[in-house]
Ligand binder design. Structure first.
Ligand SMILES: Cc1cc2nc3c(=O)[nH]c(=O)nc-3n(C[C@H](O)[C@H](O)[C@H](O)COP(=O)(O)OP(=O)(O)OC[C@H]3O[C@@H](n4cnc5c(N)ncnc54)[C@H](O)[C@@H]3O)c2cc1C
Length: 413
């Protein structure tokens, strides 16, 4: 067994997990390294932040997932370096040699160098930040309920979300519904007309990857939910008390959720190859790192220029790239040439709340209830673990019929 080629995969996200699975029958040893012992279903993370789901419902232990895969080893550790010349990765605890490396370490929130925002904003990137956001949001209502000063109360009840992509839109829509449908019942003495949910977008449009008809449907839906959408709103500074925009406008608020973009994790820097402005490695069409055919970079850390332009940072891209990378490794073991990767766009989906989603699938654009049902179905199917699927389904059904959110707990001081 020790003589078999060693495949080291960094990251147990969408790309890393799929690569390990696809190598289950290959004559190799697979070592998957992640700093966490679970796989996280990031598309539903915003639901943790707005008290809809609890973290364990969208995360699953990696050791459970791969229990039956014989050629597989999991290492919970933080990778601190990659040494391409000596074919080694270093972790906090050891040095590991590889024959092939698959770098699938994902991305991190991009604050575009605005230090004050990085220091004071909330984000929805991992379990810790999503739970911190939930605690903060709920605490604002508790504090507002006993705040006699109207100006301070309005500041507590102003919620600013930055970034008009799917994560910002989904968070804004779900937060508006949490306030109007659930918290009105929890805080009967609080005048919730004093609450404001603002969605700030630096460009002239939200959900830019979607066709205009769906962008309009999204704008209309957010409007019905009383979300104030601002275009051309460029955030320059946030000190934890006031958001300052480039236009000179100031918005007093204790809550700023930053959903304005991602960049690759800094592990990609270790390869010493060309990167784009978001830190992604310019990979070969075969997903190999230039000059290092034994290293594959996939997912949010890879820059691939497709016919339609650079591929977006999406789970669907990471999963398809994982299949291609695993296939190329299997081919290399047989002495065959690596094949170029071709992305097949399965379409785009985003939900704006109850009964409302937008879908652009098979060239068709539609929105409303049907899109929402498709969104629900796809997300239920993609969550790992039958028990998690069932619990999430029950949670959503409960929320749908009783206008209630299950996880309204403040779990930190
Ligand atoms: C809030 C949110 C919502 C999203 N919604 C959607 C959606 O609806 N649809 C969609 O297609 N995509 C969505 N995405 C994007 C999608 O999640 C990513 O594109 C996808 O996860 C990228 O896969 P990956 O394998 O590159 O990285 P990830 O899935 O992010 O996995 C990276 C893994 O690497 C580990 N890691 C990182 N650095 C180290 C290190 N130094 N040492 C050890 N381990 C490390 C991390 O712990 C993580 O487990 C969303 C992302 C976010 C944040």
């Amino acid at each position: 067994m020790d003589k078999l080629p060693h495949i080291v995969i960094i990251g147990a996200g969408f790309g890393g997990m799929e690569t390990a699975r696809r190598l289950s029958k290959a004559p190799v040893r697979v070592t998957l390294i992640d700093r966490h012992n679970y796989h996280l279903f990031q598309p539903l993370l915003y639901q943790v932040a707005i008290a809809g789901l609890s973290p364990e419902q969208i995360a699953y232990p990696i050791r459970s997932i791969f229990r039956r895969q014989r050629n597989f080893t999991f290492l919970m550790d933080e990778v601190t370096g990659i040494e391409p010349e000596s074919r080694c990765v270093t972790t906090r605890h050891e040095r590991i040699e590889y024959d092939y490396l698959v770098l699938s370490a994902g991305g991190q929130t991009n604050f575009y160098g605005i230090r004050s925002v990085e220091e004071h904003a909330l984000q929805v990137k991992n379990i810790v930040s999503a739970v911190a956001t939930r605690n903060h949001l709920l605490r604002m209502f508790e504090q507002a309920s006993r705040e006699p000063d109207p100006a301070l109360r309005r500041k507590l009840l102003t919620f600013v979300i930055v970034g008009g992509g799917p994560t910002g839109v989904e968070t804004a829509g779900a937060l508006a519904e949490l306030i109007r449908l659930v918290l009105t019942k929890d805080f009967p003495t609080l005048n919730l007309d004093e609450t404001r949910v603002l969605l700030l977008e630096a460009n002239g449009e939200i959900m830019r990857a979607f066709p205009e008809s769906l962008r309009k449907a999204t704008r209309d839906s957010l409007h019905r939910k009383h979300v104030e959408v601002r275009f051309g709103a460029v955030v320059e500074d946030y000190d934890g008390q006031i958001v300052r925009l480039k236009s000179g406008e100031s918005i007093p608020t204790l809550t700023l959720i930053w959903a304005a973009g991602m960049r690759a994790t800094s592990l990609a820097d270790h390869l010493g190859t060309k990167q784009d402005g978001l830190g992604r490695v310019h990979v070969e069409p075969t997903l190999q790192a230039p000059g290092h055919p034994e290293i594959y970079v996939i997912g949010d850390g890879a820059f691939v220029d497709d016919e339609e332009g650079p591929l977006p940072m999406l789970a669907t891209v990471a999963i398809q790239q994982a299949r291609a990378a695993a296939n190329n490794i299997r081919r290399a073991l047989k002495g065959l040439e690596a094949q170029p990767f071709k992305y097949r766009d399965p379409g785009l989906l985003a939900t704006i709340g109850r009964n409302e989603a937008v879908a652009h699938i098979w060239g068709l654009s539609f929105h409303g209830f049907l899109a929402w049902v498709i969104w629900l179905g796809l997300h239920i199917v993609r969550i790992i673990g039958f028990r998690n699927r069932l619990v999430v389904l029950i949670n959503w059904a409960w929320e749908y019929f009783f206008y209630d959110r299950a996880v309204r707990l403040i779990t930190s001081d």
